[in-house]
Design a protein around this ligand. Sequence first.
Ligand SMILES: NC(=O)c1ccc[n+]([C@@H]2O[C@H](COP(=O)([O-])OP(=O)(O)OC[C@H]3O[C@@H](n4cnc5c(N)ncnc54)[C@H](O)[C@@H]3O)[C@@H](O)[C@H]2O)c1
Length: 403
Amino acid sequence: MSLRVGICGCGAFARSFIPLFNAHPLVGEVVLADLIRERADEQAAKHGIQRVLGSLDELCESNVDAIVLLTQRQLHGPQVVQALRAGKHVYSAVPTGQTLDQIEAIIKAVEETRLIYQIGETSYYYPCTLYCRDRYRKGDFGDVFYGEAHYFHDMSHFYQSFQRSGGADWKQVAGIPPMHYPTHSVSMMVSVTGARVASVSCLGWRDRTDDGVFKPEANLWRNVFSNESALMEADDGSTFQINEFRRVGWRGKSSVQMSLYGTEGCYEENADSQLWCTIEPNEMERLDELLACRKLPISEAQADVNSVVLQEFHCGASRVHPVERLPREFVGLGNGHLGSHQFLADDFVRAAVTNHLPPNHAWAAARYCAPGLVAHQSSEQGGARLEVPDFGNPPEDWPLLAP
Ligand SMILES: NC(=O)c1ccc[n+]([C@@H]2O[C@H](COP(=O)([O-])OP(=O)(O)OC[C@H]3O[C@@H](n4cnc5c(N)ncnc54)[C@H](O)[C@@H]3O)[C@@H](O)[C@H]2O)c1
């Protein structure tokens, strides 16, 4: 079977994904749609795409099998449900939704339609996350009892991107509570250990900059916090510290980072280094080279991979990325966010074609997002400890994609 994929939203982020869906061997046609028609027309011309529509509504009425939602961050929840109810498989950019009710509605729609939903969580395929998942599976951490993850992205980098689609009202969305965009950090913890965040306490930092973004009268959430720090307790007894900062004078190798501490071994990361250590002095390993994303010279190749494929495949991936599983048609195409884009696009297409659950399915997406939504509620209540609802697990009769 080949899939007809409609890409909804042809803004900045879509430019990375249109070529991937267009090249995937299991995709028969890509259709583009944007409310700002010129954006879709321009991308269609660039990539030789024949069909352009004007909106999500039109995509839902069309004959596409799947919709890739790359629309603004506050829109996803209801748009996902609309597309699922129209009978389409759905890939959604992060975050999952803006309320717990929206997350619940996504899960209900997936359960009732049995269509594929995938959250496009780039952190899932970051080199550090892949590395830690592998060591966790092998038992090298022992019991993980504590982890830290953060997403630091200063507002000064965001002005243009909010203004691009927000027009005169851009501040309404720019002031989104930091913890309403929590999936990059939270997913790093829970996608490694499999634990679910059960409760959270969070404090917010009242913004002091006079750009008028984090003002109660300025944004849709009446939010005043530009930085939020949460302590989360997972259902296996471990604790995660999650920081979401939007006003921060910091720069590191990646805006999203994690550290994970276990009784037997630890992964630790800071602005410019990544390492593995245990209690034994001679077991400390510096991982910067292993986890760096770059175009590798052929000599570093796995022997069983054709050299041309290898050279191109490794463009923008690290040595821990299982690039050999990707379609050869991706060779030479871009791969962004630390090697993650090609894996996310490939997961979704294979999941939709085979009706197997991708790793970042609706129940995982709920676990990545709900803790942040509740964390923001907690910060509004001065750090009150609040329970995070459990959205459960996928039905047992729904098989997972082979890794
Ligand atoms: N690492 C990551 O995972 C990562 C990185 C960047 C962006 N993102 C996410 O990607 C999404 C897109 O970001 P962006 O910077 O490209 O935004 P953007 O504002 O540049 O583009 C969004 C586009 O969606 C279109 N749109 C909105 N509603 C529509 C509808 N009903 N029908 C058709 N088109 C519609 C808008 O007109 C706009 O062109 C955001 O949700 C953002 O959070 C994720």
